[in-house]
Write a protein that binds this ligand. Structure first.
Ligand code: WQD
Length: 338
């Protein structure tokens, strides 16, 4: 049997494909390469010795999606990463985000239904909690998004929930990621954002690599131990492994379940800067600037439910996350290149 991985050449997708292959599973990648590169397949093969099947298909092309299920009838489950995910861009281009993320997911679900595939793990985000009333965050906390990107994630969660009501034999596992960082220990795959990184770690790695002059720390007047924003950073390999646990649980349990995938530890921006400097010996230049609109003070998970029901918990600490990020950046100063 095979797992269809939508968005499988992306940052989290590629790391999950590596773990799936190394766990002996057959993988088919569906990706439109709008935010990733086909050479990632070479890197996956370099790490695992196997090259997963790949079809360049856009989820907005329903016939193209159907054709993949017809070509690979052995597909019996899906891990759904494909989607646009830049918060700021989603505010500027809401129609693009709703069309791409929602219609794409509906097409995927249509094709699954027609092919008789009833198991899906969905890539959601802690952003569905918005600004929490307290931390750590549990899965039963209020859901309230603050941007169109987060709203698409919440809408898709609700679509999948309604599908499990209409089709009780479907199994849906929703993984709400906190802040994925790091890279595979080989340094062959990693985070390769287009242009100037929005997220903290890729920005720090560019400063460390001399590609950017200085990190702007967005505010030091938050209600945190050092005034800078606190987040739950999780190693991308830990996150990848959570998907295999979720896939296996979904093989035994019908209906929909939601899991916070984080370490349960909160680190501030300056904690991360210090950890990166300690891990690499490289001084990170930074300056304190105004807050970034929409940012919240603190966000970190209570990962107890994932430990209890998925048998999963994060293994890697912040030092390892920084070491692996630095290795990826050093070995690939221009990411995957042109
Ligand atoms: C982390 C902290 C910033 C950059 C976002 C999305 C979330 C998920 C992960 C998709 C904050 C500070 C950042 C910089 C800084 N993405 N920062 N200077 O905002 O927690 O989450 O990415 O699923 O949905 O919302 O991550 O890495 O952008 O910011 O000071 O140049 O670093 O203020 O405190 P965030 P981030």
């Amino acid at each position: 049997m095979a797992v269809l991985v939508t968005g499988g050449t992306g940052f989290i997708g590629s790391h999950t494909v590596v773990e799936l292959i190394e766990d002996g599973r057959e993988v088919v990648i569906l990706d439109n390469l709008c935010n990733s590169k086909e050479c990632v397949l070479d890197r996956i093969e370099k790490i695992t010795g196997k090259r997963p099947a790949f079809r360049k298909v856009d989820l907005l092309d329903l016939e193209g999606v159907r054709a993949v299920f017809r070509e690979f009838p052995q597909i019996d489950s899906v891990i759904h990463f494909a989607g646009l995910k830049a918060v700021g861009e989603s505010v500027a281009k809401p129609m693009l985000y709703y069309h791409n993320n929602i219609t794409g997911t509906l097409n995927l679900c249509h094709a699954m239904e027609e092919a008789g595939v009833k198991r899906i793990v969905f890539s959601s985000s802690a952003t569905v909690y918005g600004k929490p009333d307290s931390v750590p965050i549990r899965e039963d906390f209020p859901l309230r998004t603050t941007n169109p990107y987060g709203e698409t994630k919440l809408m898709i969660e609700r679509i999948l929930s309604d599908i499990t009501v209409a089709y009780p034999d479907w199994s849906v596992s929703v993984l709400r990621y906190f802040n994925p960082i790091g890279a595979h220990v080989s340094g062959h795959i990693g985070e390769d954002p287009k242009g100037i990184p929005n997220n903290l770690l890729p920005y720090i790695t560019k400063v460390a690599g001399g590609k950017l002059p200085c990190l702007s720390v967005y505010g030091n007047d938050y209600n945190t131990h050092d005034g800078t924003g606190v987040r739950d950073y999780i190693h991308v390999v830990d996150l990848a492994k959570a998907h295999l646990c979720a896939l296996d649980r979904a093989a035994k349990v019908k209906g929909i379940e939601h899991f916070n995938i984080g370490t349960g530890n909160g680190y501030s921006v300056l904690d991360i800067v210090a950890a990166y400097e300690k891990a690499t010996g490289i001084k990170i230049n930074y300056k304190i600037v105004d807050r970034r609109p929409g940012d919240i003070d603190e966000c970190y998970a209570d990962p107890a439910k994932a430990k209890e029901l998925l048998g999963w918990e994060a293994q890697y600490g912040i030092e390892r996350m920084c070491e692996d990020s630095a290795r990826w950046q050093k070995q690939n100063p221009d990411g995957y290149g042109e």
